[in-house]
Design a protein. Structure first.
Length: 298
């Protein structure tokens, strides 16, 4: 089944046809729940209200707390490079509305440096289910929340058979397909041509981050949506696209994003974590690290 959400395309496939109805129900449950909790573009979302109440202690829903926990985990695993507190910097660079509108703007100026405060600016009380953001701290949970949804749906359906959940190129895989490991396509752009490399995946997650999928111009310079939390600047490393295979979609997403910021050290960090990756340099050269899955020819 193909679907669309958050301006992205997605795919849901189950090993057994009779499982699809249940999988579809769980997919839309989590998409709708996460949208109500984490959509920074909606003034009515929990996240927007939390960001507006920085400096105050706020009671949050289990879904938002789960999403914040996932984002903090992603940050911890990547030495702070996958940082949910980059929103003020992202807004400063012009990503303050739907991407289609941002892409077409021509009036953006180079912003002043906005250094993200890091996850230390987030105080979580899991017993009372409250969150307090330091003044000036604002969260963007989009990337990790998307990966989290894929994992949650896959985990819930896995007891009924194999499943693949893909949202905007982030993939969660559980169990086997009808004829063995699932075949997953790897894309480095939003438009799919059908000629992308494909790999066989038996479980876990696969995620791709790219400097080429969401770009716009600031004073004539092409910029992207990946913020380096060390500087507040947009990513400008040697790799244009990184795909990581890990034990979950959340972990794969975090390391794929961080790899674009680690630069030449990215292969080392991915391998040290025990994951594998396909890294594409700006000149198109492809490199592999770890036990990258076998690329499928059919």
């Amino acid at each position: 089944m193909n679907f669309s959400t958050w301006g992205l395309t997605g795919t849901l496939v189950t090993e057994h046809p009779e499982t699809m109805a249940y999988a579809t129900t769980r997919l839309w449950y989590w998409i709708e729940s996460m949208d109500e909790a984490c959509n920074r573009f909606s003034r009515d979302s929990e996240l927007s209200r939390l960001n507006a109440s920085a400096g105050q202690t706020t009671t949050v829903s289990p879904t938002l707390l789960r999403a914040i926990d996932a984002a903090v985990t992603a940050s911890t695993l990547t030495d702070g490079l996958c940082d949910p507190t980059v929103l003020p910097a992202l807004l400063a660079w012009g990503y303050d509305r739907d991407y289609d509108e941002v892409r077409d703007r021509v009036d953006l100026n180079e912003p002043p440096v906005v250094a993200p405060p890091g996850v230390g600016a987030i105080a979580i009380d899991r017993v009372e289910r409250t969150v307090r953001l330091d003044p000036g701290c604002q969260l963007d949970l989009g990337a990790s929340a998307k990966a989290l949804v894929a994992d949650l749906v896959a985990d819930e359906v896995a007891e009924r058979g194999g499943i693949v959940v893909e949202i905007g190129g982030d993939v969660a895989v559980r169990g086997a397909g009808p004829s063995g490991p699932w075949v997953v396509g790897i894309a480095d752009r939003l438009a799919i041509t059908g000629e992308e490399p494909r790999v066989r995946i038996a479980g876990g997650g696969v995620a791709t981050s790219s400097l080429t999928t969401r770009t716009w111009r600031v004073e004539g310079r092409l910029v992207n949506h990946i913020i380096d939390p060390r500087t507040g600047a947009v990513a400008d490393g040697p790799y244009a696209t990184v795909t990581v295979a890990a034990d979950s979609c959340l972990h794969a997403n975090a390391f794929a994003t961080a790899a674009l910021l680690w630069g030449e050290d990215a292969p080392y960090h991915v391998a040290q974590a025990g994951w594998s990756a396909r890294l594409v340099r700006r000149d198109g050269t492809v490199e592999f690290v770890g036990g990258w899955p076998v690329e499928a020819t059919t």
